[in-house]
Design a protein around this ligand. Structure first.
Ligand code: TYD
Length: 198
C-alpha cells in the first residue's frame, strides 16, 4: 500500500504521516516511512538546494523536485512496494502540482505530466490531504522559514486552493481531513480509511 500525506506548510501532515507509520508497524506490517524532497542521498541533496539554496526559476525548481522524486521512486519507493511493504510518504506528486503547477503558475497539466513521466506513472493508493486555513498554519509555524515558506501568505493561499481543487478532482484517491481538529482525532479518521484497504 502506498499512502501519501499532503497539506500546506505547518498543516500537521508530517505528524499524521508519522502516526500512521507507527500504527501500521503495530499491526505487524513493514513500513517505509519517507519524505519528499528526500528519502535518498540525491533527494536529500536536492532538498538542500531547493529549500536552502539560491533563488531559481520556477521550472528549475519543478525539475529539481521531479529529479529528487525520480530517484526516490526508483531507489526506495518502488522496491519497497515490490517487496510487499507499505510506503508512507510525507508529500509526493500533488505537492509539485499544487506548489509549482498552480501557485508558481507553471500549469497543473504540465507539472503533472512531467512527474508522471519521471515516476513511470506511480500514483499513491490513498492521499490524505490535511486542510488547515493558511493563516492558522502560519500562526503554528515556529522555526526559521525555508525558501518556499518565505514566499508568503498569497502564495500559501494559492497552494491551499490548489489542494482543495485537486481533492475535488480525485475524490477516490485524495481524502481531505479537517486539520483544525486534535491530532489524535485526525489520526483515528486516517486509520478508519486505511482499515478499508487492508
Ligand atoms: P516539507 O518537507 O513539508 O517542509 P518541512 O519539513 O521543512 O516542514 O516540504 C518542504 C517544502 O517543499 C514545502 O514548502 C513544500 C515544498 N515542496 C514543493 O514546493 N514541491 C514539491 O514537489 C515538494 C515535495 C515540496
Amino acid at each position: 500500500m502506498f499512502v501519501t500525506f499532503e497539506g500546506v506548510d505547518w498543516s500537521g501532515k508530517s505528524t499524521q504521516a508519522e502516526l500512521l507509520a507507527g500504527w501500521l508497524r503495530e499491526q505487524g506490517r513493514t513500513v517505509l516511512a519517507t519524505r519528499e524532497p528526500g528519502g535518498t542521498l540525491v533527494g536529500e541533496a536536492v532538498r538542500q538546494v531547493v529549500l536552502h539554496g539560491h533563488d531559481m526559476t520556477p521550472w528549475a525548481e519543478a525539475a529539481l523536485y521531479a529529479a529528487a522524486r525520480a530517484d526516490h521512486v526508483e531507489q526506495a519507493i518502488r522496491p519497497a512496494l515490490e517487496r510487499g511493504e507499505d510506503v508512507v510518504c510525507d508529500r509526493y506528486i500533488d505537492s509539485s502540482v499544487a506548489y509549482q503547477g498552480v501557485a508558481r503558475g507553471l500549469g497543473e497539466a504540465q507539472v503533472l505530466a512531467l512527474n508522471l513521466t519521471v515516476t513511470r506513472g506511480l500514483l499513491p493508493d490513498r492521499t490524505f490531504l490535511v486542510l488547515l486555513d493558511p493563516d492558522e498554519a502560519r500562526r503554528r509555524g515556529g522555526r526559521e522559514p525555508d525558501r518556499i515558506e518565505r514566499e508568503g501568505d498569497d502564495f500559501m493561499r494559492r497552494v491551499d486552493a490548489a489542494y482543495r481543487s485537486l481533492a475535488a478532482e480525485s475524490p477516490g484517491r485524495i481524502i481531505a481531513l479537517d486539520g483544525a481538529r486534535p491530532a489524535d482525532e485526525i489520526a483515528e479518521e486516517v486509520r478508519e480509511h486505511i482499515l478499508q484497504l487492508l
